[in-house]
Design a protein around this ligand. Sequence first.
Ligand SMILES: NC(=O)c1ccc[n+]([C@@H]2O[C@H](COP(=O)([O-])OP(=O)(O)OC[C@H]3O[C@@H](n4cnc5c(N)ncnc54)[C@H](OP(=O)(O)O)[C@@H]3O)[C@@H](O)[C@H]2O)c1
Length: 244
Amino acid sequence: MQVTGNTILITGGGTGIGLGLAGKFIEDGNTVIICGRRQDALRKAKEKYPGLILRTCDVADVNQRTDLHRWATETYPGLNVLVNNAGIQRRFDLLNEQPWTNIHDEIAVNLEAPIHLSCLFAGHLRTVPEPAIINIGSGLAFVAMASAPVYCATKAALHSFTLSLRHQLSKTPVRVIEILPPAVNTDLGGAGIHSRGTPLEEFTTAAYERLKSGDLEFGYGFSEKSRNASRAELDETYRRMNPL
Ligand SMILES: NC(=O)c1ccc[n+]([C@@H]2O[C@H](COP(=O)([O-])OP(=O)(O)OC[C@H]3O[C@@H](n4cnc5c(N)ncnc54)[C@H](OP(=O)(O)O)[C@@H]3O)[C@@H](O)[C@H]2O)c1
């Protein structure tokens, strides 16, 4: 994709991968709006990149998603890129009863929100130059890590949705891109859980290069291998990742 002259909305852009990408886009002179639930995280992000535009929003809430779409398209009619990045990860034992609200929240943030926001913004995006929807998936879409059962299911479903979205929008100018990170060292799921992952700067630099080169689906390291793996290779990886 073209990486200059865009107006970009990044959900969950206050920290981690979203903020890493926001920084790259800001450095290339784009207008970047980030949203998230925590005002303090958004403010901290703006201290690092003063050009950022902030919006508080809980994308798990259907009304807040609708408000976000209305506000963003009215205030920034040139908005041409939506990045569905907000995500949460919960690790839990399915035999221990979970409050349904916890499980639903994970589905709402990781799957309902990108589907709903893609539907809300698609009509607007098709009318502006160089439009794109970028979904942040996961290498775990292809090989489940059983300790995070709902997370992996949402990312597998998001991958499927992204393929259909790309197909349906192929007759419009909207490009549909899926970035599939491997484990990256962010606070996803809680501080320290991903400390052995790829350093954030290394991943976002590599992902930004792939965006520039026009790739529509890409991973990095483990996730690049997984997205190209055969069923036999995925089964072998699954056994290694989930020992009995
Ligand atoms: N790190 C990894 O290993 C890894 C691997 C594969 C894929 N990913 C994906 O990368 C994306 C970014 O995650 P990350 O690793 O950068 O973790 P992160 O630093 O925890 O970022 C997640 C962001 O999402 C926001 N968010 C969460 N729930 C939200 C909600 N209901 N409404 C609005 N914003 C919300 C959070 O901000 P607030 O809490 O302030 O709302 C936070 O800024 C996610 O989709 C994740 O699944 C990460």
